[in-house]
Write a protein that binds this ligand. Structure first.
Ligand SMILES: CC(C)(COP(=O)(O)OP(=O)(O)OC[C@H]1O[C@@H](n2cnc3c(N)ncnc32)[C@H](O)[C@@H]1OP(=O)(O)O)[C@@H](O)C(=O)NCCC(=O)NCCS
Length: 299
């Protein structure tokens, strides 16, 4: 095989295979074995994003040898709605690595995005070198932290939401459908499936529903530090109202997106970790202000 060739002997290519539950399970297994994450519960939470287009090479025994999925993920970037797609679930099982399968799937996914007219593609990776040859570049990610605001007492206290309960799941799904982007600088317009599965992938995320503002708050506490991951609402309440309705009095607040709608300003700080958020766009994109997409949109 030459350096740009592909060796797919013994494998069959399939795309758009999510309607086949055995093939879906093969993807669940691939991601469990590769990343130790379980996206199986997504099937009970409304299923994968309806725009999903998975590309995979399947072995004769039904195992998925290599996969890359694309799906629509409209974003707001610098105040403008961008018709973006994202890549996720990129993995090749060890026996089939080094044969050009991932390059093949990347090219197929890029061609699909072109065909569909997506102007931008985003992805998360710990291997940016894999995507740089295709014009992706890493956007620096910044969270905000600072002194927490004085809580504003609200009418009714927030209540805990449990997405494993059907009524709470419906409420959450409806809120995700009608949400506004949580920031004008960088945020998803809608990404229901990712939000829902992320509630399972990180059980330390707490979800609360504020009746008065009909807002769903995704948050954590770390000692006296309040960490805000996302706000799903038609009108985003201020940070002081959020903390007030949760009945908290933290010393420090950390917001994992740009807090331009929260009536509070913190200091931008680069996030640690090896994961990069990469973007590929026809025009070079630089953010108007330090920002990061909410971790609830992580995929
Ligand atoms: C990374 C991974 C997807 C590569 O799959 P693969 O089928 O072996 O890749 P290919 O043989 O198609 O190689 C594609 C290109 O990527 C390069 N590449 C392979 N592994 C790489 C790595 N770890 N880092 C950077 N580049 C890599 C190859 O050199 C090749 O370059 P070329 O097109 O210039 O020849 C596979 O090793 C894997 O599943 N790893 C664990 C999960 C993972 O990291 N997924 C991707 C991150 S989002």
């Amino acid at each position: 095989m030459n350096s740009k060739g592909i060796d797919h002997s013994g494998l069959t290519f399939r795309r758009d295979y999510f309607g086949d539950l055995k093939a879906w399970q093969a993807l669940v297994d691939l991601l469990k074995d590769t990343f130790d994450i379980d996206i199986g519960p997504l099937q009970q939470m409304g299923g994968p994003d309806s725009s999903s287009m998975p590309f995979g090479w399947f072995a004769a025994d039904g195992r998925l040898g290599a996969n890359l999925s694309a799906f629509a993920m409209p974003l707001v970037i610098n105040g403008r709605t961008v018709n973006a797609a994202s890549f996720q679930s990129g993995a090749v099982r060890p026996p089939w690595r080094g044969r050009g399968l991932y390059r093949d799937l990347t090219q197929k996914a890029l061609a699909w995005c072109e065909e569909k007219g997506f102007e931008t593609i985003v992805l998360y990776t710990d291997k940016p070198a894999l995507y740089a040859p295709y014009g992706f570049h890493a956007l620096p990610m910044h969270a905000y932290s600072g002194q927490a605001p004085v809580p504003v007492a609200s009418g009714r206290p927030a209540r805990t939401l449990d997405p494993s309960q059907p009524a709470d799941l419906s409420l959450l799904q409806a809120a995700l459908k009608r949400r506004v982007p949580v920031s004008e600088t960088l945020a998803v317009v809608e990404s229901t499936a990712m939000f829902l599965i992320n509630t399972r992938l990180d059980p330390s995320v707490r979800l609360s529903f504020v009746e008065d503002s009909q807002a769903v708050i995704a948050w954590k506490m770390d000692g006296d530090r309040f960490i805000l991951l996302d706000v799903v609402a038609q009108e985003v309440p201020t940070l002081a109202e959020i903390i007030g309705s949760l009945g908290l009095g933290p010393a420090v607040a950390e917001v994992l997106f740009r807090p331009d709608r929260l009536g509070w300003e913190g200091r931008a700080q680069t996030t640690g970790g090896s994961t990069r958020f990469m973007i590929r766009a026809s025009d070079e994109i630089t953010l108007d202000a330090p920002a990061m997409p909410s971790p609830m949109a992580d995929f």
